[in-house]
Design a protein around this ligand. Sequence first.
Ligand code: UDP
Ligand code: MG
Length: 315
Amino acid sequence: MDISVVVPLYNEAESLPELSAWIERVMKANDFSYEILFINDGSTDESWEVIKKLQETNPCIKGVCFRRNYGKSPALNTGFQRAEGDVVITMDADLQDSPDEIPELYRMITQEGYDLVSGWKKKRYDPLSKTIPTKLFNATARAVSGIYLHDFNCGLKAYRKKVVKHIEVYGDMHRYIPFLAKAAGFKKIGEKVVQHQARKYGVTKFGLNRFVNGYLDLATLWFQTKFGIKPMHFFGLLGSIMFLLGLIAVITVGATKLYNMYAGNHYTLVTDSPYFYLSLTAMILGTQLFLTGFVGELIARNAPERNRYEIEEEI
Ligand code: UDP
Ligand code: MG
């Protein structure tokens, strides 16, 4: 099979017939063998009934129905596990992404050798309250991940099959799939300018908290990729620096007092010096960070993936 189109959806009943007809049209015109995987993320409208109806007329349509709403990432992950096409294309269900991009995305993966091609909504049809924070968000994601993409969170992306079988999208991590792919060793990540439409039916499913959560998730990913299996290198270093600074400071405070005392100078009590309290705090925090490192190491030792490596070839 050439292409699997994975479509996560939550309450998008009105868009589905139009979307599936459009995908079908593009696939037929280009002679692709394909499947459409609709992942119904616990919709409370009649989306699932619509999908079942659509399947009657097009056997290339497959569906999965979650019992409740889990989120876009769990939906994508489920689609990735089931996808059988050589190229896997993800697309939002709200008709904001255009199926007309599919042939070119397919070509970039199969002929130009990209592992992942991300859409770039260069001209966006979204409210300003979304586009401005998005710019900041993308700049941060670029800096942290080292992947030069303009639009990390574009729903329209294409993957080599191998990529989706080797990454795990969970929580809200769909915003950083290129980062996950890079962490899994897939280096050829490209982007393609794509057409974007304003939402035709329904409402957006993500509020402004997407940006707060987005930043927190980015911090998590950064930590995990860098220190996930060696947390002591992070906590131990910070803890040691803090403890040492505190120790040096407290020795200085004590020694100064003793020196002045024996030299017959005026001296202040150790407990009267603000540095004493600062160094005490630094030493306590340093110890705690160090212990966090130890606890982290014990947890990392038990992680199932602690010794799992992506092996490309073997002879
Ligand atoms: N979506 C989903 N589960 C959710 C929220 C959203 O499957 O809990 C789907 C939604 O139906 C759509 C896609 O994810 O197909 C992108 O959502 P939306 O269009 O609301 O996001 P926006 O375009 O505003 O970023
Ligand atoms: Mg949308």
